[in-house]
Design a protein around this ligand. Structure first.
Ligand SMILES: Nc1ncnc2c1ncn2[C@@H]1O[C@H](COP(=O)(O)OP(=O)(O)OP(=O)(O)O)[C@@H](O)[C@H]1O
Ligand SMILES: [Mg+2]
Length: 305
């Protein structure tokens, strides 16, 4: 499995203020992305995600470190030919239709004739925008703009697709649909790099992640290695038994109607709760073991910094 992207000790500072003071935004960032994986670049606002992406794309230049794309120095134009990019806040021409927008960029890339039409039709289908293709962009929702933006980023048939906060501003359904599209890109054999501060989205689709905090990578690896399968506690919902009955067995989180939600930490207490419920002629509504989530890891790390 080859490495599609590799960053080694990348440093970037911005000069700020009237008497310029340097602020280091990337403090020696290193990580790599394997071929064919969905890689999540996770960090809170201002951590340096977009700055990293700008460095990868040569939109700005780091003062130290090395960036390789498909094994070649990112400064070489050839390295960037197979990269597609969807920015965080893309700019769209309001009065073009979705199709016209794609035609405009396809022309810039030198695509023409039958091949151009086929490519555009194929991409409209891939991002689920066939039916809205003749509509002006100003009438698109945020989710539709993200999709058409992604189609544009795919026009040059990139092997590596870089998406900066692709799910930002989308509602839950929009996020789900966009996640599905990203998973489809992977199925097509593309490598996807996406940045996000939305943990659930990363957790659901990414193979490997790197977590950046204040310009430093504080953890990276396979999700399975970062998140332990260990059960942290079990949530049991029972009906028809008052919360007081379970004192000492678990923490009662909430009661609604005749339902009680219990957080049980000790495994041996699970059985006791179940037995007690049946004994008191109550009902067990649900039992959910909670394992660690990426969010737990993330919150712990941010707290411990
Ligand atoms: N052109 C610039 N000049 C000066 N400072 C900048 C510039 N661009 C970014 N910064 C600063 O660098 C830091 C990192 O910004 P960056 O945009 O990379 O963060 P981010 O992780 O993408 O955050 P977000 O989740 O909000 O998009 C921030 O403190 C930001 O204020
Ligand atoms: Mg950003």
């Amino acid at each position: 499995m080859g490495k599609v992207l590799e960053l080694n000790n990348v440093k970037k500072s911005y000069k700020l203020g009237f008497i310029p003071k340097k602020k280091q935004v990337l403090k020696g960032v290193s990580f790599y992305v394997n071929e064919g994986e969905i890689f999540g670049y996770l960090g809170p606002n201002g951590a340096g995600k977009t700055t990293t992406i700008k460095c990868i794309l040569n939109l700005i230049f780091p003062e130290a470190g090395e960036i390789k794309i498909f094994g070649e120095d990112s400064l070489r134009p050839r390295a960037r030919q197979k990269v597609g990019f969807l920015p965080e806040n893309p700019y769209f021409y309001d009065y073009l239709t979705g199709r016209e927008f794609l035609v405009f960029y396809a022309d810039l890339l030198g695509l023409h004739g039958q091949k151009k039409q086929e490519k555009i039709n194929y991409l409209l289908k891939l991002v689920g925008m066939e039916r809205a293709a003749e509509l002006q962009l100003r009438k698109y929702s945020r989710g539709m703009l993200q999709r058409i933006g992604l189609a544009q980023a795919l026009l040059n048939d990139p092997a590596l697709v870089i998406l900066d906060e692709p799910m930002g501003g989308l509602d839950p359904i929009g996020r789900k649909e966009f996640r599905d599209i990203i998973v489809n890109l992977k199925k097509e054999g593309k490598t996807v790099f996406l940045s996000s501060h939305i943990l659930q989205d990363i957790e659901m689709i990414c193979d490997r992640v790197a977590i950046i905090l204040a310009g430093e990578i504080i953890n990276q690896g396979y999700l399975g290695d970062l998140i332990s399968e260990k059960v942290l506690y079990t949530e049991i919902t029972v009906a028809g038994v008052p919360a007081e009955e379970f004192q000492g067995l678990g923490e009662s989180l909430s009661s609604r109607g005749d339902r009680v939600l219990l957080k049980v930490y000790e495994e041996s207490n699970i059985e006791k709760v179940l037995n007690l419920t049946l004994q008191k002629k109550g009902k067990i509504v649900s039992l959910v073991p909670r394992t660690e989530t990426l969010e737990d890891i993330f919150v712990n790390m941010v707290k411990n910094q």
